[in-house]
Design a protein around this ligand. Structure first.
Ligand code: GUN
Length: 295
């Protein structure tokens, strides 16, 4: 079975991005800038934001993190976003989710200028993706990372049946729409399953490419997978494990041990889809910089 190594691909990609940033700096004297806003002190969000900032700096981009207290008003957050929309040194704006309950996440998504929405969450970007204008939108980072992995591993997709389990706006919906496009890496027949789908296994067993984005540890078991399928695991679930120092370990939405005996190729957790997400965020930020500067 082929292990699809997202850690290695993300390192390759970051090196390529760094080379581009270095070359643009020499050519124009400018570099791409990403501003991340975090509201409150959710520990998982703090780790994600720290990693984004660190990786940004590693490849030579300008990273700015704006920390706001948990009781920030929606009005104040929206005002800050409008200022960043008008700041020519800012090419990407990302507001870390989840947000405190007094703030409407959709209002925040709508406030970000679509041309700086490197998360790809704005309906204009999602709409352009659905319509196939991939060169004129930002694609949500996790599905975009999966597309990159399929492409770099030359996984045949044309005419295959892709089953996506999960229908979130961030992963399931953009993923299914990407797989449907008439692209080299996609061009699939697509089925989307979700929490109200009866007999999910009936669908997953038909998948040539199975993408699991459910958020339930080891949900996909060997009996749900067609022999020879390519299995992409988007899940990051903490389960208790007394043998580790922290008392927990990370597992995906796929039962790796069981499914790896049936699948032809598979992404591990950790080290599969996860490392690709930040790399694609930076790729989107570079793309925003290129578009702004006509490069
Ligand atoms: N929270 C968890 N993942 C993400 C992400 O990709 N973008 C944002 N903005 N918030 C998140």
């Amino acid at each position: 079975m082929l292990i699809i190594d997202g850690k290695k691909v993300s390192l390759d990609l970051k090196n390529e991005l760094k080379a581009s940033v270095d070359s643009y700096r020499a050519q124009t004297g400018k570099v791409p800038g990403l501003t991340v806003i975090i509201v409150g002190e959710d520990p998982a969000s703090q780790v994600y934001v720290r990693n984004k900032a660190k990786t940004c700096k590693e490849i030579g981009m300008i990273s700015t993190v704006i920390e706001m207290p948990a009781d920030t008003t929606e009005e104040h957050l929206l005002k800050t976003i409008h200022e960043l929309n008008n700041d020519l040194t800012v090419h990407g704006i990302l507001v870390q989710q989840p947000l405190p309950k007094q703030i409407d996440e959709f209002a925040v998504t709508l406030a970000i200028d679509p041309s700086k929405d490197v998360d790809g969450f704005h309906p204009e970007n999602l709409g352009r993706l659905v319509m196939g204008h991939l060169d004129k939108c930002f694609v949500s980072c996790t599905p975009y990372g999966i597309l990159e992995l399929l492409g770099r591993y030359n996984i045949a997709t044309k005419g295959k049946h892709c089953v996506v389990v999960g229908r979130s706006n961030i992963v399931g919906k953009p993923m299914a729409n990407l797989m449907l496009q008439k692209l080299k890496e996609t061009n699939c027949t697509v089925t989307i399953c979700h929490s109200a789908t009866p007999n999910i296994a009936e669908f997953t067993k038909q998948a040539d490419i199975l993408i699991a984005a459910i958020g339930k540890a080891k949900f996909i078991t060997a009996d749900m997978v067609k022999p020879g399928a390519v299995v992409i695991d988007v899940g990051i679930n903490r389960i208790e494990d007394s043998s580790t120092k922290s008392g927990y370990r990370l597992v995906g939405d796929v039962d790796y041990e069981g499914v790896s005996a049936v699948a032809s190729a598979m992404t591990p957790v950790p080290g599969g889809v996860g490392p690709m997400t930040i790399a694609m965020l930076l790729k989107n930020t570079l793309q925003s910089f290129q578009r702004t500067n006509g490069l």
